[in-house]
Ligand binder design. Sequence first.
Ligand SMILES: *Cc1c(COP(=O)(O)O)cnc(C)c1O
Length: 397
Amino acid sequence: MSTQISVHPKHPNVPFVDLGAQYRAIAAEINDAISKVIQESDFILGREVRLFEEEFAAFCGAHYAVGVDSGTSALELALRAFDIGPSDEVITAANSFIASALGISHAGAKPVLVDVDPYTHTMDVKAVERAITRRTKAIIPVHLYGHPAHMDAVRELAEKHGLIVIEDACQAHGARYKGKRVGSLGHAAAFSFYPGKNLGAYGDGGMVTTNDGKIANRLEMLRNYGQKEKYRHLFRGYNRRLDTMQAAILRVKLKYLDKWNTARSRKAKLYQKHLEDSKVVVPGLAHAAESVWHLYVIRTEHRDQLKEHLASKGLNVGIHYPIPIHLQPAYQDLGYKRGDFPVTEAYADRILSLPMYAELTPEQIKRVSRAVVEFLSAKSPREIPAGADTLRASQIA
Ligand SMILES: *Cc1c(COP(=O)(O)O)cnc(C)c1O
């Protein structure tokens, strides 16, 4: 990701993510951890998996953590552990990574999508209430871009209707809501350790956290052929385990996660400072939320032009996500159409993710911000974020 040829020899490209920089800072520890796993031939559900599960559960303030092979599996298996499947409906947000819906589909249930609150980009809880039917079994709030969803309102609604809440925390390792970590805010939570996430493996990986011992038990069997003891299979489980090698790497990285997240938050403040008076809308932060800034997502009506402009200067940006889930070819059978989720659809054409990672330098942030400000200063007036008045004003704490 970080090895493109520079457009301007004097100004090296600013990569969107720089996993190499992170590795170089901790290379000795990582290499040591990998080498130990190989020397001990402890590859499958080894000691490091158990230790990482304990440490990650403690990090989240949850009783249990069960390592699996991806975030998508974490969502699917969490639903299966609660016996949610065919003929059940599960509500999630239309503007998420496709995997939020795939986890539901793979469990055999039907994804029901809702629009998002225009300020935080997380699920609009009033829309969730309208989407509840007799078949609804669970809600999957997504802590999108590292910003926790409106969990009090989600939980209140879930309690009222007897629904399970499974957090999609795949972008939010370490984020807090009213002082509590995500991963401890629902019946269970799904995490991804895809390399580019705030806590990333060197390959795929995932985790389910829960306070429910029975659910943790079922998850341990679901990921491991449905067995508790070797060669005795209580049901038809899967092979969806977290690798010992990845767990060893993640154990090293977990020690740095708070430090890296604090660094991201400093980057966000710096972007905010540089962009505040420009014509872009900077990300909102709800009063109760402590984001871990997985992505720094601005909005502008001139998104495509701006993206091209930045690319011409070697500044790498992304769009998360250009096609909302309800407009994906993969989900045409759900029967949604353009116009169903106005906020999500409007944002899909306006959102732009700026480079964001702990090693990003103030100079790089300045270069990116300057390029944004200069390009947009000639354009039409600033977009006012619809609905911002209903929540606390943008404040980066
Ligand atoms: C990354 C991600 C997932 C899926 O995780 P994988 O490990 O890639 O399967 C699910 N939901 C969200 C919001 C994500 O960002």
